[in-house]
Design a protein around this ligand. Structure first.
Ligand code: AHR
Length: 338
């Protein structure tokens, strides 16, 4: 089937080239046909560029699918809209790419377009966040984060920070800044903190709003929480990514409130980008859960195996860790590639 698609694409490329050579030379036609026949074309659909983390994911995929290695990558950014992302995937199908790689903005709403890709014989790899579809054969494999596990790492570290406050009078008030609602990252991280609040009678979510994984929204939500609730009544800000944490910290500073391990509001964040780890090492961020964007090698490995006709695992979770000022070292930060 892949061969068949390549022949069709070769014909399309040749037809295009004939159009070009009508005003050019015969050799450019021969070169483009030769050049395109063995190359594997991968369409990569990103939901947007809301965070530096996502830029790191894009770079990781681009670095792995290079012409030197026999690949051509077509990259599309859906500008934070699922409709755009569906349109991008349809474009890949029309172009007859060999593989489609999708980082889905939210989990649901993919059945139709993934059926179209399957009918066209194009294998789909889901990366970063997952999809929820009726028929899991609509995609070949998922590679990305276990977001529920990430949330649980954060919660167990929060428990350590507040372990001596099991007293009913010692309330732990949490401002919860969520990511894009309906994304796997939001669903897993939200579930972990909401379950923890159920389990701890003195833990309370005192404000909860969607920060869209952006610094601007994180700042806005924290500013409002500080105005309405007051810094003295906030113990934790649980930010579902580093951008939101950077925004929340700006709001706390602007309000003249204290934060960090030395006293005041404890900041919990996800991603563990280089710049956030610096804040974690110096105690400004108390808990940093890694979300690993270096997924290009994993996706490359899956596609290479599929090209050889080998089976691939349905789910691959990328390696991730959790950091506090206790286990973080300058060396870890220096080696950080994102
Ligand atoms: O899906 C991964 C999340 O999306 C990352 O935590 C965040 O930074 C990104 O925008």
């Amino acid at each position: 089937m892949y061969k068949y698609r390549k022949i069709i694409r070769g014909v399309l490329v040749a037809l295009l080239a004939v159009g070009v050579t009508a005003c050019g030379t015969q050799s450019s036609f021969e070169e483009s046909e030769e050049e395109n026949s063995n190359i594997i074309v991968v369409g990569f659909s990103q939901p947007g560029a809301e965070s530096s983390w996502r830029v790191a994911l894009t770079d990781s995929v681009k670095e792995n699918f290079t012409e030197d290695r026999g690949y051509r990558l077509i990259y599309k950014d859906a500008r934070s809209k699922q409709d755009n992302q569906i349109r991008d995937i349809r474009t890949f199908i029309q172009q007859g790419v060999d593989y489609i790689v999708i980082s889905p903005i939210i989990e649901t709403g993919w059945d139709t377009v993934l059926s179209e890709a399957k009918d066209a014989g194009i294998p789909v790899i889901i990366c970063d966040r997952n999809v929820v579809v009726e028929n899991e054969s609509l995609y070949k494999a998922f590679v990305g984060s276990d977001f529920k596990a990430e949330g649980e790492y954060a919660v167990s570290n929060l428990e350590k920070l507040f372990e001596e406050t099991e007293d009913e009078d010692d309330q732990v008030n949490i401002v919860h800044i969520q990511g894009t609602i309906g994304s796997s990252a939001q669903i897993g991280r939200t579930k972990a903190i909401e379950d923890a609040v159920e389990e701890h009678s003195n833990w309370n979510i005192v404000a909860q709003d969607c920060g869209e994984f952006t610094k601007a929204k994180g700042r806005e939500i924290m500013t409002q929480a500080l105005e309405e609730i007051g810094a003295d009544n906030i113990d934790v800000v649980y930010c579902e990514n580093d951008e939101e944490a950077f925004g929340a910290i700006e709001a706390i500073k602007e309000a003249g409130a204290s934060y960090g391990n030395a006293g005041g509001i404890k900041v919990v964040s996800f991603d563990a980008m280089n710049s956030a780890l610096v804040l974690c090492l110096n105690g400004q961020i108390s808990v940093e859960v890694e979300c690993n964007p270096l997924q290009g090698p994993y996706i490359y490995n899956l596609i290479s195996r599929l090209e050889k006709g080998n089976a691939v695992p349905k789910i691959t979770y990328v390696h991730e860790e959790c950091f506090t000022s206790e286990n973080l070292t300058p060396d870890i930060i220096e080696k950080r590639r994102f």
